[in-house]
Design a protein around this ligand. Sequence first.
Ligand code: KIV
Length: 276
Amino acid sequence: MSERASATARRVERSAPVGVLDFAHWKRERRPISVLTAYDHTMARLLDEAGVDCLLVGDSLGTVVQGHDTTLPVTLDQMIYHAEMVARGASRALVVADLPFGSYQESVGQAIGSATRMLKETRVRAVKLEGGVARAATIRSLVEAGIPVMGHIGLTPQAVYQLGGYRVQRDEERLLADAVAVAEAGAFAVVIECVPAELAARITATVPIPTIGIGAGPECDGQVLVTPDLLGLFDAFRPKFVRRYAELGETIRAAARAYVADVSERRFPDESESFR
Ligand code: KIV
């Protein structure tokens, strides 16, 4: 481990669990916020130990865990199942869970019911939901009920059919209005997905809450990536904005090939791996 990485690890070890108020503080201090997705306990523990500030139990699990084409089939029960495992794996990172498609759009009452279940049954400390101006009333009611909310604007995957696909969102006035509406409704942060860097920078300078970018350039207050993308585990498509920090897909294939060869040649298990 480099000196800088071990200094970060020591600082992180000593520090208290991250709360939503830290996000506001970090925006004021211009301290970048790191967010990654997590879907299970083992990965949550590893990412937490590495010092990631926030773990998002994203409904992207519909594509990268369940193998669907979109996030639309994911259910609230499935999100709760994954969020509970992630929350048990994180001791420092703030854990936020997505409310999936169909669990909050019907009414404010439905949204409060879904978010309440999420917090009670999983011990995550905040929920994320998609939409700007159209979801402001829902966000306000959740916040008034004491439930911290992370917003999500720009390319909102739950609206993929309405948006005509997974495309960069460029409508400047609409996106600014969405960001302002989410902030005024009381969200503690907002994800901005697939928006030109200049526009994301303008939104970041306009709203008082931290912006967390994905495909939204370097000037957001924080960044989020889908962990299987970052680790090289997911190959179905490779968005331009993903930086791959590892090629674990190749590592896993090589390990499995070596195991198959050892079993076929009776090299596994050997004496040291057997009981007598
Ligand atoms: O579901 C998810 O993983 C997300 C991130 C891409 C922000 O919403």
